[in-house]
Design a protein around this ligand. Sequence first.
Ligand code: NAP
Length: 313
Amino acid sequence: MYDILIVGAGPAGLTAAIYARRASKSVLVLEALTYGGQIVNTLEIENYPAEPHISGFDFATKLYNQAKELGAEVRFERVTEIRKESSDADASHFGVITAKSEYEAKTVIIATGSANRKLGISGEEALIGRGISYCATCDGAFYRGKTVAVVGGGNTALEDALYLSDVAGKVYLIHRRDEFRGEEIAAAGLKEKANVEFILNSVVTELKEDGGKLVSVTVADAKSIAAGEPTGLREIPVDGLFVAVGRIPSNQSFAGLIETDEAGYIKAGENCKTNVSGIFVAGDNRTKEVRQLVTAASDGAIAATAAINFLNR
Ligand code: NAP
């Protein structure tokens, strides 16, 4: 039986592993795909304290090696279910089921992150990091003085467009309706920006590339797409496209046991405690305001400390 079983080897999970091992707890990290989480898709990280320039892959590898060198065991298996065998004030015991095996742990930290909702159009995957980004704060600086477009109408899209308007030369905001889901005050702020142009009632239908890099997006009238006959086609030359059409928290395997909000994020405050005693959550898959690398690492430290205190109580 492990003291702390961590689901997810992204920045939150691996930071939790470092803290747990430094407190001499036995640790198993279970990861479905590869270590590092979504940060491995980031070409360059420029906003992590004391690391002014590092690739996402190098950052993730350093973090992974640090956790391993401290003695964390890592296995690449997808968790399909967590079972509460017992969880009370005196003892907690969980069964963690994967496609290959079943593990037992006294505490569990869920650090499975979230996935970007994709536009789902041809060429999108291949152009990630080559003109397509899902994070303006991470990648906006690479488009200084250039032309970019943001897709979406929620708070993320509005904030991304506002952020990019101070960095890029020109920002198009493409949204499928003429009303924004995001806050009115953010939309009003954007209307004041001379370099921001709204393209409403429109959806992106095509991405064009040259030499493996995005060069333009084509939009069409949203209603015409629904009717199956695209009209109002317009090709817009851009250097970058920021897709901000929402995120999908990776919490599907824990539904039923752990309480989530309407959007599927695990309900927890800054103490990272879930509704189940002995289960903690860290990183992008919990309810929170700021989802960044540094806040994921912070959550990892908090969740591990909470689990350590729980075990030592
Ligand atoms: P969101 O609120 O779910 O908005 C997603 C947007 O993308 C919507 O405008 C939606 O259009 C559009 N969309 C969805 N699928 C699309 C598709 N396939 N093609 C084109 N457009 C598509 O997501 P979010 O902006 O990431 O925000 C998530 C949550 O975090 C929200 O609760 C938000 O308020 C919160 N948040 C808060 C802050 C803040 O308080 N400072 C900052 C960022 C985010 P429709 O509107 O037509 O559905």
